[in-house]
Design a protein around this ligand. Structure first.
Ligand SMILES: [Zn+2]
Length: 735
């Protein structure tokens, strides 16, 4: 990035000669001249006029024309991409100059002029835009700009980062794009089923869809048989239709549905993949190149994601094939170059960069299963973006939910946006600037907190996974001594801003992840103090209500429901299960990695949480069956077993659960069964299979048998269509 930034200060009348004065003593001096009334330039003009007014109270007049006079602000966009002196500007680049005493803001032919204006406001007039509807500046009746000339060009031509909600100025300020502005008709990711819906073609033409496990697998999440010529013809016709309806759009995504291992392995597709190092990207790029040839003036964007992440070895994407490469499987505790999962991604990135200079990197920067879990990844943002940039990435998306309450969402979005514009910016300087501006006197405590977490993460050697539970960090970033230290820092941070309700609320939001993590860790430990748990839960519940936090994870589970469920499931029970600690014997055992856990976890009175990686016992692609030995014949009136519903992890509810009892462990008598209806909802759920009787006619026996009929295969509407699915159970309770 070519950049010459002079230190810009608000006004000194004495230096007026060496400056362009916009406002003097609260009165407008400059006019804002707009070359011609172009849509995007008028936005630039309006933003400048608005903020100058907010700062100084003066309204600069807007005039149209091409002959500015000294002291004017002249805003224009290039028709092409080159300035008169030969400097190349991309669509979003801009130059700010004060030659001839005229403040010229010249943008490339996209949003350059707007970005020039917001840069002027930020760097020369001291306006900072922290978060949605949250900005700061110092009022002054005098505004002047020192003589300066500089050009900025973004590191990535396209920058997509969540943040700012519906605040349009935030989006402009941070130079962010949305896919809807760029991709034709909203086709920007996972578009296979929209282009060739299984509901339309699946039944009559299963051969259009992926072949694996010995059969065709049509379904809304199925992939295509890419070598079927009819599939190509239908897709061409669809694209022609879409581009006809959207003549101003030049890029469309033709990309695999979500899900892994679902690519076609028919004879023809497999032959192409085999000739390309065995990578399923072979048939994918073969197909996309044919499309790209049919639409030479358009770009065909396709995913390199999960099974297609690694590039083909024998075929190169045409220049108008855009590779949307995703780092979903990589961990985040260190930059991608420095752990095993990251290096696998880097290998893919470098491979693609060797055959394409049209790469869109989709990166992930938050815990999607636990928004309120600490996610100390700030130190990897800059090195990762520099890596992308070095490897021909022109488009970048950092996926990070920026909803209220998500761990340091405002800071994360702000830093990522700044870095996506300039990957060489100093992340530590950015972090301090944001913390100071957004948290005021609490900033230094929050900075210490974040740095302490970063060090603890690196010191622990733990992975930082985007679908993890905070429970897995309990011996590292979240070990007791550190939690105590974090709480001390938050106490001081709250005290520092106690008189400022806005800042105090921000600190309360920043503190939520520690409160949530404590609750999550305490529920996994039978020695936790129930009174402490109850009071922490009460505080957490009142805070999320007061702060308006509505979502705990990507599946939109609400924190209010979490609190209700916490009381039901996780607080030490008032009445204990009569099989607490009873041994379990498997007849149809769980999948291997859960056998050992299953020996104790099902009757330990600790219920699994929303992430399957802790306490849940799983069976994949089969039924389950087990017997609990109660030690002696007992009477009881209720049996309940919890099952996990977590579609994203291919964990579906089973079809049926049956209970039976026995005195001798061999001859069992059924006591009841529960059928689960199909559930397609994305929310994570704990669904109990309950069988009850009356006290007058209790169940009786020494052995309780639990038989579970699993779904075995993911259904056609699920991402794992055609593959085996899981069911997970935890805690069999008997009362
Ligand atoms: Zn095929």
């Amino acid at each position: 990035m070519k950049k010459f930034i002079l230190l810009c200060l608000l006004v000194l009348p004495l230096a007026a000669a060496a400056r362009v004065t916009l406002v003097k003593d609260g009165k407008p001096v400059s006019r804002i001249m707009l070359e011609k009334n172009r849509g995007k330039d008028s936005i630039a003009v309006a933003v400048l006029q608005d903020f100058v007014h907010r700062i100084s109270g003066a309204t600069l007049p807007i005039v149209e024309g091409t002959r500015p006079r000294r002291g004017d602000v002249f805003i224009s966009s290039l028709a092409g991409n080159t300035l008169s002196d030969g400097t190349a500007l991309t669509g979003d680049s801009f130059r700010i100059s004060t030659e001839d005493g005229i403040l010229r803001i010249t943008g490339g032919n996209d949003k350059g002029a707007i970005y020039g204006v917001v840069t002027l406001l930020e760097k020369c007039l001291g306006v900072e835009y922290w978060a949605a509807d949250s900005y700061s500046f110092t009022k002054s009746e005098n505004i002047s700009i020192p003589l300066t000339t500089f050009t900025e060009t973004p590191s990535f031509e396209y920058r997509q980062i969540s943040g700012g909600g519906r605040d349009r100025i935030y989006t402009l300020w941070h130079r962010l794009e949305s896919p809807g502005e760029v991709f034709a008709q909203g086709y920007w990711v996972h578009t296979f089923n929209r282009l060739l819906p299984s509901s339309v073609y699946g039944e009559e033409h299963p051969e259009y869809y992926a072949y694996f496990n010995g059969k065709r697998n049509p379904g809304s999440a199925s992939q295509w048989c890419l070598t079927n010529p009819e599939v190509f013809d239908i897709v061409v016709a669809r694209l022609e239709e879409i581009f006809r309806a959207n003549p101003d759009r030049h890029i469309i995504s033709v990309s695999q549905n979500d899900g892994n291992f679902t690519n076609c392995q028919c004879e023809h597709c497999k032959a192409i993949d085999d000739a390309n190092g065995g990578h399923p990207s072979g048939s994918l790029i073969w197909f996309m190149n044919k499309l790209a040839e049919r639409f030479p003036d358009k770009q065909i964007s396709t995913l390199a994601y999960l099974y297609s992440m690694h590039p083909p070895t024998n075929i190169k994407p045409l220049p108008n094939v855009n590779i949307m490469l995703c780092s979903i499987d990589a961990d985040r505790e260190v930059p991608l170059t420095d752990n095993r999962s990251g290096r696998d991604f880097v290998k893919a990135l470098e491979g693609w960069a060797a055959i394409s200079d049209n790469i869109f990197v989709w990166d992930y920067a938050i815990n999607f299963d636990n928004y309120l879990s600490p996610f100390p990844n700030f130190h990897v943002l800059a090195p990762n973006m520099r890596l992308f940039k070095k490897n021909n990435t022109t488009m970048h998306h950092s996926q990070m939910n920026s909803g209220r309450g998500v761990n340091f969402a405002e800071l994360r979005s702000w830093m990522a946006a700044k870095l996506a514009w300039d990957v060489d910016a100093d992340p530590d300087e950015l972090m301090r600037r944001f913390l100071n501006g957004y948290y005021g006197p609490a900033a230094s405590y929050l900075y210490q907190y974040l740095k302490l977490q970063e060090g603890a993460l690196l010191g622990s050697g733990d992975r930082l996974w985007i679908y993890d539970t905070p429970v897995n960090l309990k011996d590292g970033v979240l070990r007791p001594y550190l939690i105590k230290t974090y709480e001390g820092l938050f106490d001081r941070a709250e005290k520092a801003v106690a008189d400022d309700p806005v800042l105090l609320e921000r600190v309360h939001i920043a503190r939520l992840p520690i409160q949530y993590s404590k609750l999550e860790i305490m529920r996994t430990d039978l020695t936790s103090d129930p009174a402490e748990m109850a009071s922490l839960l009460d505080l957490f519940e009142s805070r999320i209500k007061e702060l308006g936090i509505t979502s705990l994870n990507e599946r939109r589970n609400s924190p209010a429901d979490y609190c209700i469920l916490y009381r039901e499931r996780f607080m030490p029970p008032a009445v204990h299960s009569i099989i607490a600690g009873a041994p379990v014997r498997f007849i149809e055992p769980p999948s291997e990695r859960y056998v050992e856990l299953g020996n104790t976890a099902l009757t330990d009175e600790l219920f699994g949480g929303s992430t399957f990686g802790e306490s849940w016992v799983g069976w994949s692609g089969k039924d389950g069956s087990l017997v609990v030995d109660m030690g002696e014949v007992k009477e009881f009136t209720k049996v309940s077993t919890d099952f996990l519903h977590q579609l994203g992890a291919w964990i579906l509810l089973p079809k049926q659960v049956r209970y039976s009892v026995s005195d001798d462990g061999e001859n069992f008598t059924p006591i009841g069964a529960v059928d689960f209806p199909e559930d397609r909802e994305a929310q994570v759920k704990y669904v109990p299979a309950v069988v009850e009787t009356t006290k007058a006619r209790p169940f009786e026996g020494r052995y309780l048998k639990v038989d579970v009929s699993g779904l075995i295969y993911c259904p056609e509407w699920h991402y794992g269509v055609g593959h085996t699915c899981w069911f997970f159970m935890d805690e069999i309770s008997v009362y």
